[in-house]
Design a protein. Structure first.
Length: 202
């Protein structure tokens, strides 16, 4: 029982470290993450952070993975409760817009900002972010294919094209909420999606 409590405390401390690093990356950049900066944020020693997460790169990777987990939990997992096809695709886009409005508007989007930060920088960090984004787009593509199979979308729909358009919509929304600080950006994005969807519907 003592061991369990100790393990639980260690896991909570690690979660706090990764959470603080995620906040730092969202506010500034992945490059801004250092063991010392994160240690200062949560009142630990630099060695205390290192003992729980390892190197700076390991912490940066943990941040990308944690952002992915939160993104899936907010956007994709709840949408799986909807029937396959257009209802599920609709819910994914709706939740994605809400997440950008309520979360990314304040904290930033690691997928978007990280892509611009790492686009011309080869290495394991770029590879991990690329894998995360590619995996997400593949899940979105599967949802589009299911909507086609269900007869909700036209049979000649190009799944890659639709995925690219949805992702472009989301990236534009991040720009308008974060940079322009447009309070109606999410509302406009939802209307854009509804118009876009109509062009693909059977």
């Amino acid at each position: 029982m003592v061991m369990d409590a100790k393990t639980q405390k260690a896991e909570l401390t690690r979660a706090a470290i990764v959470g603080a690093a995620l906040d730092l990356a969202a506010a500034e950049s992945l490059e801004a993450i250092t063991l010392q900066a994160v240690a200062d944020r949560i009142g630990l020693s630099k060695s205390g952070v290192f003992s729980r997460v390892g190197s700076r790169e390991a912490l940066q990777k943990a941040v990308i993975e944690e952002f992915g987990r939160r993104f899936i939990a907010d956007v994709f997992a709840p949408a799986m409760q909807q029937p396959k096809g257009l209802p599920r695709l609709d819910e994914i886009v709706r939740r994605w817009i809400i997440r950008v409005r309520d979360v990314e508007a304040k904290q930033g989007c690691i997928y978007t900002a990280g892509a611009f930060e790492l686009d011309d920088r080869e290495g394991p960090l770029r590879d991990l972010l690329h894998d995360e984004v590619t995996r997400w787009r593949a899940a979105l593509r599967r949802t589009v294919l299911q909507a086609m199979e269900a007869g909700h979308l036209k049979p000649d729909t190009d799944p890659e094209q639709l995925v690219a358009e949805v992702c472009g919509l989301a990236m534009s929304l991040v720009h308008d909420t974060r940079f322009l600080r447009d309070p109606r950006a999410a509302e406009r994005s939802q209307r854009t999606w509804e118009r876009l969807r109509q062009t693909y519907q059977s």
